[in-house]
Write a protein that binds this ligand. Structure first.
Ligand code: UDP
Ligand code: MN
Length: 862
């Protein structure tokens, strides 16, 4: 009864609330337990959800074209695909896919306190073992060798294609370049001798006769330009033939071998290998690491497997090879062995110390509410979220964004070494460190000769002693201090002059090199020293520091007036050429900051033009120089490096920023563009022609260099490397028809007259040039200081009075508007045909006066 009382009236309500809260509590606890026991799946979920949010943000907040940062490849993903899908949708899917694939945990997570010391300790431990892994770890896979050979020998037929051009809006460009769809041709690969894939040849020495024949046929196939570049059925047959000749065990092992960077799968590999190797141990009990070294070069995989196995089991127990890697080098710096191995997926961060760290796994970081003010304030320290960057571990993990085929690719054991050169001026501490750590953590130590930090006379205190002290723990890092501000170009030259590696690898000082980034670059240089290899530049968000992959098949291009941008290869081109997402992409212009180049070749090319100041235009200069003087630029999709694209330069320009960049571009145009320099000037840079406005400096050495190297013409470059670019040499040409007189202008014995229009008469042919002159050969129609008179003068692009406006004015579109300086006053007047069609004069402009209206036979540009 007493109990019943409690269930009456308000008592009943209270009891109900009480029971409900208990139930709620129980549920909560269950949920908590669930989440504790399943940290990893939860984490994974979070990653995916966050990425979705990020992707959604990208969709909704897609930038206007004018907002696009300079050289920002991601924007291309966001602002335009020709596939009808919303760009964001596509992006979202991909990012999520990458995280799904790459960041499944095996449940074991390390928790350490001191981020930096830990990284160092790990690194030092790993340096030794990785070096050995580097040589032994990777199995051989013949089909990859052949695939590589195919790629290398790709020779692309000229093809009509459309390509969606996406241009970033340069910080300095006078005109915004609009998105266009152009009928285009894609480059024809110069038919040059390629290094045939050595790995294949090497393997053939061990292969059967049949295999050898098949391989020869393959090589032969690849030599034929008509077939090159397109993997053919016969190749597949060859592959199969080769595969047949592989030892069965090897096959089993290969298929069971997952990529090394995957923690979960590493265990799997360990077990798989154990089986295979234990089996082999019966036959090869006496294997030693020394033997392994020797046989690896002969392509014997059994031994390398053994080492791989023990390396996975216990890296610290690895025996040092009897010869140090340096001693394996011969005098010319080339390794003696000629074997190959699978691209290494070395990544000291593959099991991050703190999975919950801000920005871990390349994730978007969030500024807490109470820190937003601080974060805003600090933005200008680097023109990105400096506050967040500081929270993120200097050795954070990032997703392996390489196309899947990349981890299976083979590279040579005797790749050249590289000096990684970071130039910086007032770089933010955390990003500089992250850049350096990413190289140390994800590069095979035996290939990393050194890291050179070139301090371009930074003003920040933390970049002085503090940096020296920090870097002193890494024997491979050297700091070069410039005594005065030199600018990026001369700073790179200072770094190159100090470099001891065979290859120079330039990187910006706010990057994160991804897994397996280095070997694919060096491999291309190894195959042909005239190849200049660029990684795919991915985006580290300036706002939330997330690592965002960019779309495949992007290449660097330029639009007038030398504005760098990215464009996606058209889908039909990709299909026709059977291009895989891991194939190198010929690149008309490099972005500039990130590339590997053979050191000797860099100097043979005359390095950079040292007359270029501070920043800007150097990527154009080196790109034209490379292509026109016998080299090639490629984007290597298997090499990926994240970069923070910033809206503004966080450093000061000693002179005016705009003027500095313009001057650099003018130097490039004068040296490399031949007659096309007029196109450059015509797109908003006419003022640069006035020698009183800028002094481009002495160009003699650069011009001489071009002659000495016997570089090809810019026309050759356009025809062969970048035929998609619209580059008509004049804006308009042909007969100059006067609407009022219905006659054409003609040049007769140095004087201008009118004649009945006749296309066959050369005397009636004129050009309306990019620099706005109205010319026949080298004579230009010029207003005279008599105010109304017009006469022919020798053309001189620097003379402003020779310029005519045509199709430039909405009210007077067909008029030819000249500028006359009379008694110190300049005046705009219009070219008018005399009523009797006997001569031309300058008169006050009248929009409806048909004698002031002129039409050219052909117009090529407005
Ligand atoms: N840099 C330099 N000196 C300069 C300008 C730039 O050493 O006078 C460095 C800069 O710190 C960076 C690299 O050159 O590491 C490229 O510059 P930035 O990142 O500003 O170029 P962007 O990526 O915007 O093209
Ligand atoms: Mn940069």
């Amino acid at each position: 009864m007493k109990i019943k009382k409690y269930f009456r009236g308000s008592g009943r309500v209270l009891a109900f609330v009480f029971v409900a809260s208990i139930l709620w509590l129980l549920f909560d606890m269950a949920a908590l337990r669930l989440s504790i026991s399943d940290v990893n799946s939860q984490l994974l979920k979070e990653l995916v959800v966050k990425e979705r949010e990020l992707a959604k943000k990208l969709v909704t907040k897609g930038p206007k074209l004018a907002d696009i940062d300079f050289k920002h490849p991601l924007e291309k993903v966001r602002v335009g695909f020709g596939d009808g899908k919303k760009p964001g949708e596509r992006l979202e899917k991909k990012v999520v896919e990458v995280y799904r694939k790459k960041w499944e945990f095996n449940g074991k997570v390390e928790h350490e306190k001191d981020v930096q010391t830990q990284a160092v300790a790990k690194l030092q431990l790993k340096e030794e073992s990785q070096m050995k892994e580097a040589i032994h770890l990777n199995g051989l896979k013949k089909e990859n060798v052949l695939n590589n050979t195919n790629i290398r020998n790709k020779s692309i037929q000229k093809k009509q294609a459309t390509e969606t051009l996406r241009l970033s809006h340069t910080k300095t460009t006078p005109s915004v370049v609009q998105e266009q769809k152009l009928p285009q041709q894609l480059p024809q690969e110069p038919k040059k001798k390629q290094v045939q894939a050595l790995p294949g040849i090497k393997m053939l020495s061990n292969a059967t006769k049949d295999t050898s024949k098949a391989f020869k046929a393959q090589v032969q196939d690849n030599k034929s330009p008509a077939n090159a570049g397109l993997p053919k059925k016969s190749n597949n047959t060859t592959l199969k033939a080769l595969q047949k000749n592989k030892p069965a065990k090897q096959d089993a092992h290969q298929t069971a071998t997952p990529t090394q960077h995957h923690p979960a799968k590493v265990i799997q590999r360990d077990e798989t290998e154990k089986k295979v190797i234990d089996d082999e141990d019966h036959h090869q009990k006496n294997d030693s690491s020394v033997q392994i070294l020797a046989v690896t070069s002969k392509g014997n995989k059994k031994s390398s497997q053994k080492l791989a196995h023990s390396a996975f089991k216990n890296p610290a127990k690895l025996q040092a090879p009897q010869e140090e890697p340096e001693k394996l080098l011969n005098i010319s710096g080339v390794r003696r062995s000629g074997g190959v191995h699978k691209v290494m997926a070395l990544d000291v961060t593959h099991k991050p110390r703190d999975v919950h760290a801000v920005g871990q796994f390349g994730h978007a970081a969030v500024v807490p509410l109470e820190k937003q003010e601080e974060s805003k304030k600090r933005w200008s320290e680097g023109y990105f979220n400096v506050f967040l960057s500081e929270q993120i571990p200097v050795d954070r993990a990032i997703p392996d964004t390489r196309p899947p085929a990349c981890s299976e690719n083979l590279v040579h054991d005797d790749l050249p070494t590289t000096s990684v050169i970071f130039c910086f001026v007032d770089e933010v501490w955390s990003t500089l460190l992250r850049s350096v750590h990413s190289v140390l953590n994800r590069s095979p130590p035996h290939l990393l000769k050194e890291i050179l930090l070139v301090d371009d006379f930074s003003t920040k205190d933390y970049l002085k002693e503090k940096l020296d002290v920090y870097m002193s723990q890494f024997p491979k890092v050297r700091i070069i201090r410039l005594k005065e501000r030199q600018g990026l170009i001369r700073a790179r030259l200072a770094g190159a002059a100090e470099a001891k590696g065979d290859v120079l690898t330039f990187l910006d000082s706010h990057v994160e090199c991804n897994v397996g980034w280095l070997e694919p670059l060096l491999e291309r240089v190894y195959q042909d020293r005239r190849k200049v290899a660029c990684p795919v530049i991915e985006v580290i968000s300036d706002k939330d520091m997330s690592y965002v992959l960019v779309d495949n098949f992007q290449r660097g291009i330029f639009k007038w007036p030398l504005v760098f941008g990215w464009s996606t290869l058209p889908e039909d081109y990709i299909k026709k050429n059977n291009m895989k997402d891991s194939d190198p992409i010929r690149c008309p212009v490099m972005a500039g900051g990130l590339f590997s180049i053979d050191k000797k070749y860099f100097y043979e090319l005359g390095s950079y033009d040292p007359g270029l100041d501070v920043w800007g235009g150097e990527n154009m200069e080196i790109s034209f120089k490379i292509w026109m003087c016998g080299g090639e630029i490629e984007i290597i999709p298997c090499s990926r490096v994240g970069h923070i694209f910033r809206g503004e330069n966080p450093y000061r320009f000693p002179k005016d920023r705009q003027k500095t960049v313009e001057r650099n571009l003018a130097r490039v145009a004068e040296v490399w563009l031949d007659e096309y320099k007029e196109v450059f000037y015509g797109y908003g840079y006419l003022h640069l022609l006035d020698k009183n406005v800028i002094d481009v400096g002495n160009l003699t050495e650069q011009i001489q260099l071009r002659k000495k190297l016997q570089c090809k013409s810019f026309k050759w470059y356009l025809d062969n490397v970048y035929p998609e670019l619209e580059a008509p040499l004049v804006k308009a040409e042909g007969l100059v028809f006067n609407v009022g007189t219905r006659k054409c202008l003609a040049l007769e014995k140095g004087s201008l007259i009118f004649e009945t229009c006749d296309l066959s008469k050369q005397s009636q042919h004129f050009n309306y040039s990019w620099v706005k002159t109205l010319r026949q050969n080298t004579s230009c129609v010029s207003p005279q200081s008599t105010r109304t008179g017009v006469a022919m003068e020798p053309c001189d692009n620097t003379k402003a009075h020779q310029r005519w406006l045509h199709k430039a004015n909405k009210i007077l579109p067909e008029h030819l508007i000249g500028e006359v300086s009379f008694r110190g006053v300049s005046q705009r007047l219009c070219l008018e045909a005399g009523p009797k069609a006997n001569s031309v004069f300058l008169k006050a402009c009248e929009s409806s006066n048909s004698f002031q209206k002129w039409q050219f036979t052909h117009y090529y540009a407005q």
